[in-house]
Ligand binder design. Structure first.
Ligand code: ADP
Ligand code: MG
Length: 589
């Protein structure tokens, strides 16, 4: 086929494909335009999940009659003049593409009036073809009406999901924008029914309820932190409230919804060791940063951004979220119905626990399977986050030792009932926090071995260990290469005195993959967690009363006593109240 220039119709449909993927993308572009126009009220009407109609009416600055045609043209914008402007964008839009794109794949009507004009003007665009600008009576502001989306691109129509899914995408979008702009009144109408209405009074809690449901909203923790030109505000779920995927992790950067991998990772690290494997928090967080420190022009729908100082933002987000989280972490409590449920030895980690999760239908709260492995450590965090604020609510109460059962669990009494503590998980937590605390103070007491131990590792592991040797010294190990794939251990962290050195070395390189984590601090936390896991007392090991008591005391002193470094619970709690119900002293719940 000969090469030829595409007709403007085809090229604009190709361009539209990038910006307008589904009805929710239209809602997004139009809402962003209204916000850029300084609207205080934004009304969105939807029909047939946005296929038949999407209308966004605002009371913003409006578009002058003589600029209407330009507004609908490609690469026409009032938000940017020269390319340098790209690096301090203050508006949500800047590409000048949305209206042109939407107009090329629908029947679009723009009605608008600026405050200085006596009357408004209207322009219709049908599948990319503009009509004439007409004068009409209209209030100040803009009404953007998009009918029969994709009527001229049937292939696109076929890609749309069910009405419910498309509707949900629109709702998710508008509620999040409403949360990001609590001073703007949003109203969504579906057919004749109003489905969302916010007060525009700056109060985010109410909008949160619209987004997550009242029960969930009540439990969300507030984040509010600022530092050197950075600010993070918003809400994150407590560790008891999780979902099985990352879809509910939302970030806004400078008022713009982004799907930014690095931010999600930073957030997950804040939850590190506090969540079960494969569980993810619900969050809506707003990061504000100087416009020149973020490049917003890296993605067609502006869904991704790039930061100038990625590391600084990463650790700020992680610390701010961690702080909010550590201020509140509940103990897992056993629900009376579950108490006494037998678990077969083949699935010893399946415990029925009432995670006190709100019973929101969207929340996946089936019983959770404990994972004993390192997989939970996929998201690590710099050690400094571990000793964030220690708050009363996060602490465990003073516990009175009762004894050990099955050589595996420690039974203790607290002011509010019975605590069952998994000695291995608890000891792992204690060792991990002690080690990281010493590490942060840069003084890990080391203890020389009476006779140095020589350890030979498989080639792959030996290679991994060689690359980690400098880190090991930070941890009070003295290890050196001693021939091919062989190492000599001369000293160990005093904390692990008496532990098997070859066991410790093997733990360090277990499943170690090259470059598995980018930050040194992450590697260190991960290595520390692995060693602690290997050298912690095991289930099935009988402990003396003194050892049991010491473990309880140490656990009480931990920052995050309720989970092991891999995220498994260290304890379950049976409240006096639950006991009374079990014994029929109180009526059932
Ligand atoms: P961009 O937002 O990237 O500038 P758009 O195609 O979305 O590009 O809009 C083009 C221009 O039309 C905007 O720059 C703005 O001047 C004007 N405009 C669009 N929507 C509105 C609105 N709701 N209120 C006022 N002006 C608007
Ligand atoms: Mg725009």
């Amino acid at each position: 086929m000969p090469i030829r220039l595409l007709s403007s119709e085809v090229s604009s449909q190709i361009a539209a494909g990038e910006v307008v993927e589904r009805p929710a993308s239209v809602v997004k572009e139009l809402t962003e335009n209204a916000l850029d126009a300084g609207a205080k009220n934004i009304s969105i009407s939807i029909e047939d999940a946005g296929r038949a109609l999407i209308e966004v009416a605002d009371d913003g600055c409006g578009i002058a009659a003589n600029e209407l045609e330009l507004a609908a043209a490609r690469h026409a914008t009032s938000k940017l003049i020269q390319s340098e402007d790209l690096f301090h964008i203050q508006t949500l839009g800047f590409r000048g593409e949305a209206l042109a794109s939407i107009g090329s794949v629908s029947q679009m009507t723009i009605t608008s009036r600026v405050a200085s004009a006596k009357e408004g003007a209207r322009l219709k665009v049908d599948g990319g073809t503009s009509g004439k600008v007409e004068k009409v009576g209209a209030p100040v502001g803009t009404v953007l009406r998009v009918e029969n989306l994709f009527y001229n691109v049937p292939a696109r129509l076929k890609f749309l999901k069910t009405d419910v899914t498309e509707r949900r995408a629109i709702d998710a979008l508008v509620t999040r924008y409403a949360l990001a702009y609590p001073n703007v009144r949003f109203k969504v109408t579906d057919g004749k029914q109003a489905t969302l209405q916010t007060a525009g009074d700056g109060d985010r809690r109410f909008i949160l309820a619209a987004l997550y449901g009242v029960e969930v909203a009540k439990q969300m923790l507030e984040v509010m932190d600022a530092e050197e030109g950075l600010s993070l505000t918003g809400f994150i779920s407590p560790t008891s409230l999780t979902r099985s995927n990352r879809k509910e992790i939302t970030f806004f950067v400078n008022g713009r919804w982004v799907q930014e991998f690095s931010l999600t990772t930073a957030l997950l690290q804040a939850y590190h060791t506090l969540l079960m494997v494969g569980r993810y928090p619900l969050t809506t967080l707003f990061l504000d940063i100087a416009p020149e420190d973020v490049d917003v022009n890296v993605h067609p729908t502006k869904a991704e951004v790039r930061f100038k100082s990625q590391d600084k933002i990463f650790s700020f987000v992680q610390r701010a979220a961690r702080k909010a989280l550590l201020a509140y972490t509940p103990v897992a409590s056993v629900s009376p119905q579950m108490w006494g449920t037998r678990t077969t030895p083949s699935e010893p980690r399946e415990i029925g626990i009432d995670w006190s999760v709100a019973h929101d239908e969207n929340i996946d709260d089936r019983p959770q399977t404990m994972d004993h492995g390192d997989a939970a450590l996929e998201e690590n965090h710099p050690s400094s986050a571990v000793d964030g604020q220690r708050s009363f609510s996060n602490a465990v109460p003073l516990l009175r030792l009762i004894g050990q059962i099955g050589s595996t669990y420690i039974v203790a009494e607290g002011p509010d009932g019975l605590y069952l503590i998994d000695q291995h998980a608890a000891h792992e937590r204690v060792l991990f926090e002690k080690l990281m605390a010493q590490h942060d103070k840069k003084s890990i007491p080391s203890q020389a071995l009476l006779t140095p131990e020589v350890v030979t590792l498989p080639p792959q592991s030996a290679k991994a260990l060689t690359s980690q040797l400098p880190f090991l010294n930070h941890f009070g190990f003295e290890v050196e290469e001693f021939g091919t794939n062989t190492f000599q251990v001369r000293a160990m962290p005093a904390l692990f005195a008496g532990g098997d050195p070859s066991f410790a070395l093997r733990a360090l390189v277990e499943d170690f993959e090259e470059d598995e984590t980018p930050l040194q601090s992450e590697i260190e936390a991960k290595l520390a967690a692995r060693v602690c896991k290997r050298l912690a007392v095991k289930g099935g090991q009988t402990l003396t009363n003194e050892e049991q008591r010491a473990l309880l005391n140490d656990l009480e002193a931990c920052n995050s006593p309720r989970t092991c470094p891999h995220g498994r619970p260290t304890m379950i709690h049976l409240s006096v109240d639950a006991l009374e119900r079990q014994f029929g002293r109180k009526g059932p719940r």
